[in-house]
Design a protein around this ligand. Structure first.
Ligand code: GLY
Length: 576
């Protein structure tokens, strides 16, 4: 049922062929919609950033597994096939829409600061932030949450065992897989930094130090053994015993902070997702410690007051209004968002229609407000670049939207010696010093200061939209600070602009995050639109593609439409 789009590249005299696979659903949604498979014969849809993970997850659905079984299988497969972001050394968030319970639940398996972490740990003697320390040192790593989070998802909502979900990943690590160009290019682009760590050099380079080439096989024996210990012993196989010993030994070698106690104490959390309503659609997205859900709902609430469908997709008027709403939301992010286990976040206020109306009053429909004039707002008082996302639906009516990460591409670039996986550098998502931007240019405040055992603020926004109580859109993206705006635009492209899911994913995107005061655009926004925006007082800059949003739409007719993001050559949507 799949349509393989063959691409051929010539690299260093070698011709490599790989396929970016679109589903029948995705491709035909652009045409008419595939109704050739009767609804009762449908198995589900999987959209991930790597075709091998998509294949493994679809096999689980075909064998009768549910979306959660397929999600955990995909997550472990991505940890092997896409180690730059797929991981067991990082953390993330999973939204589960359960048909049986009729609700949407969030599993928070974000990394935590080690117990020995402290507020000023990334400052030098002059009080200045030492970026290398929060990004590329053993101290950059938070306590990983992925293994505990995936195990919890399976235990609560799955129907297969952890060993079954791990089996394809173990095989891929043990026997290897054929290297696609993106994989080889990724290592080449980070070669210098990866080679600084002997443990990483051993994994990502050949014995003579040379680069792997597309078409060659990539085998990870240490990682296979690590995954096997999890399959045999459950979460203890990672957080205790040999793997824990290897992590702690790695920490001691490089002056890191994670201890046996930190690992043993790590627990994922079940959270209530942020819920909003946009033009009659129910929006569920990630709650703190992610800022994603709060600000997607805040921005949508502001925009609901404008006739966006009439102003049109990516017109100057629509981009102006989106940017003005985004600026105000990111200003609020800098002030209010943090881990709700440690700080109060005014979530109800930030996501209320009244607050959105008050922000709308500040927006001039024809003129940009300079960011220096925008301060974090006053919501009702407290009541309480490289990441990867996949979306899955099953025939039973369940849906999973999962985003997980080790932060940068290749995280800290440090492989745990003997265990074969990369450590995250998620500690950089804390605010190392209030007012000083992190790697994504995001400003943070007191709410996101470093504290022992606290979760660092995230922008990851796994999202599920329901229409009349049924799953309608399942989506999410990597992209650091751009995750929120990327996800937002796919929702708007479907709800406001009536695009099919593949067209919604493909459409050029824009981004404004308050500071820096500029609208960042992708290729594809017309020059006259840019001129009109500049005339309104905006600074517009075109940069590289943003995000890699992997999305599904469930049609009213029960047909699954997959929308894989063409911004990643390995993205794939498959299902029926
Ligand atoms: N590490 C990026 C994020 O969680 O937002």
């Amino acid at each position: 049922m799949s349509i393989a789009i063959k691409r051929v590249i010539a690299a260093a005299g070698l011709v490599a062929v790989w396929s970016c696979t679109l589903t029948a659903g995705a491709a035909e949604a652009i045409l008419e919609g595939d109704r050739s498979v009767p609804v009762e014969a449908r198995k589900g849809m999987v959209v991930t950033s790597h075709y091998l993970a998509t294949d493994e997850a679809l096999r689980v659905l075909e064998a009768g597994g549910n979306a959660i079984d397929a999600a955990v299988t995909a997550a472990f497969a991505l940890a092997v096939t896409q180690p730059r972001s797929g991981n067991i050394g990082g953390g993330g968030f999973m939204l589960v829409s359960s048909e049986e319970r009729g609700d949407v639940t969030a599993i928070d398996y974000r990394e935590k600061a080690p117990a020995a972490a402290s507020r000023d740990m990334y400052l030098d003697e002059n009080g200045e932030v030492v970026k290398e320390r929060s990004r590329f040192s053993h101290k950059a790593a938070g306590v990983p949450g992925t293994v505990a989070g995936l195990a919890l998802a399976l235990e609560k909502y799955g129907s297969i065992t952890l060993a079954q979900a791990l089996a394809p990943a173990i095989k891929l690590a043990e026997e290897g897989f054929v290297i696609p160009p993106r994989f080889a290019q990724g290592i080449e682009s980070q070669a210098e930094r990866l080679k600084q760590f002997e443990s990483s050099r051993k994994v990502f380079f050949k014995a003579d130090g040379s680069l792997y080439q597309p078409g060659e096989r990539f085998v990870q024996k240490d990682l296979a053994a690590t995954l096997r210990r999890i399959a045999e012993q459950g979460v203890q196989g990672f957080y205790e015993g040999e793997t824990a010993d290897l992590i702690v030994a790695e920490m001691q070698r490089g002056g890191g902070l994670i201890t046996h106690e930190d690992l043993k104490n790590y627990q994922p959390a079940i959270r209530k997702p942020v819920h909003g309503n946009y033009r009659g659609y129910d929006i569920y997205s990630m709650s703190p410690p992610s800022s994603g859900g709060a600000h997607i709902v805040e921005i949508l609430n502001i925009l609901e007051g404008y006739p966006i469908a009439d102003s049109g997709l990516n017109s100057a008027q629509t981009i102006h209004l989106m940017s003005e709403a985004m600026k105000r939301a990111y200003a609020d992010r800098s002030e209010y968002l943090g881990d709700t286990d440690f700080v109060d976040v005014p979530l109800t206020g930030l996501t209320s229609k009244e607050y959105a109306a008050s922000l709308r009053e500040q927006i001039d429909p024809e003129q940009a407000t300079p960011s220096v004039e925008i301060k974090p707002g006053n919501p009702a008082p407290y009541e309480s670049n490289e990441t990867t996302h996949f979306s899955i639906v099953d025939r039973y009516g369940n849906a999973v939207s999962n985003t997980y990460t080790i932060n940068f591409s290749y995280g800290s670039h440090i492989v745990v010696d003997g265990a074969g996986f990369l450590l995250n550098n998620e500690m950089d998502d804390f605010s190392a010093k209030p007012g000083v931007p992190n790697a994504y240019g995001l400003i943070g405040g007191e709410a996101n200061k470093i504290e022992p055992n606290k979760r660092m603020l995230s922008s990851m926004s796994p999202t599920i939209v329901k229409k009349d109580g049924k799953n309608y859109i399942v989506t999410g993206s990597p992209g650091g600070s751009r995750i929120i705006t990327t996800t937002l635009q796919v929702l708007m492209n479907v709800i406001d602009h009536n695009l099919n899911i593949q067209a919604a994913v493909n459409a050029p995107r824009i981004h404004h995050q308050w500071l820096p005061d500029e609208i960042r655009i992708e290729q594809g926004i017309s020059p006259d639109t840019i001129r009109l925006l500049e005339g309104m007082g905006h600074s517009v800059v075109q940069k590289s593609a943003m995000g890699a949003i992997q999305s599904i739409m469930v049609g009213e007719d029960g047909v699954f439409y997959g929308g894989a993001d063409p911004r990643r050559s390995t993205s794939s949507a498959k299902g029926y």
